[in-house]
Design a protein around this ligand. Structure first.
Ligand code: AMP
Length: 189
């Protein structure tokens, strides 16, 4: 299996690129953010419980994410692999992902990180707010999400660099240019 993690700050284009990658390489796209937004929209027990955390741009507790992921991974059989979008976001989550994959004799194949600076992220997300109306796309919450990313998710970069799995990608340019760049890194693997 080919298991790709697509990494990057909020607004770096992870969602858009993950969908394109999943389609081209026949991978299953797993977006933990989409899973939560869906639970919130459907007002499930989980959605009601974690609505305020997600809307403030904080991370939901690791244990919960791991349970959700475990059931998402095992829904699928005979597949080429996964694109993880928005997961893992903490060192603990990355360890748990390794454990889950190991149970099936699998591992993380490649970690691609979209690099976009803070000003560009804020501009993009404020624009998205006008189109999609996401509750966590206000200026204060965007800044909080960026801070959470730096505090809790940045340490993963070093971890995956040490494992020789990390490749940075310039996240500025057209969607197709960035996608071509991503594909060339995947094809080299
Ligand atoms: P995203 O669409 O990936 O930016 O995720 C939106 C929100 O969902 C985040 O700000 C968190 O509140 C929650 N979330 C998504 N993925 C995770 C994760 N791996 N760990 C904890 N919280 C998450």
């Amino acid at each position: 299996m080919f298991n790709l993690i697509l990494f990057g700050p909020p607004g770096s284009g992870k969602g858009t690129q993950s969908i394109k990658i999943a389609e081209k390489y026949g991978l299953i796209h797993i977006s933990t953010g989409d899973i939560f937004r869906n639970e919130i929209k459907q007002q499930t027990e989980l959605g009601v419980k974690f609505k305020s955390i997600v809307e403030k741009g904080e991370l939901v507790p690791d244990e919960l994410i791991i349970d959700i992921l475990d059931s998402s991974l095992h829904k699928h059989q005979n597949i080429n692999g996964f694109v993880f979008d928005g997961f893992p976001r903490t060192l603990n989550q990355s360890g748990e992902l390794d454990n889950l994959l190991k149970k099936d004799n699998e591992s993380v194949s490649l970690v691609l990180a979209l690099d976009v600076d803070d000003n560009e992220v804020v501009t993009r997300l404020l624009k998205r707010a006008q189109i999609e109306g996401r509750k966590d796309d206000t200026e204060d919450i965007i800044k909080n999400r960026l801070q959470v990313y730096k505090d809790q998710t940045y340490p993963l970069i070093d971890l995956y660099k040490k494992q020789n799995k990390f490749v940075g990608i310039k996240g500025i340019g057209s969607i197709d240019q960035i996608f071509d760049n991503i594909c060339s890194k995947i094809d080299k693997k």
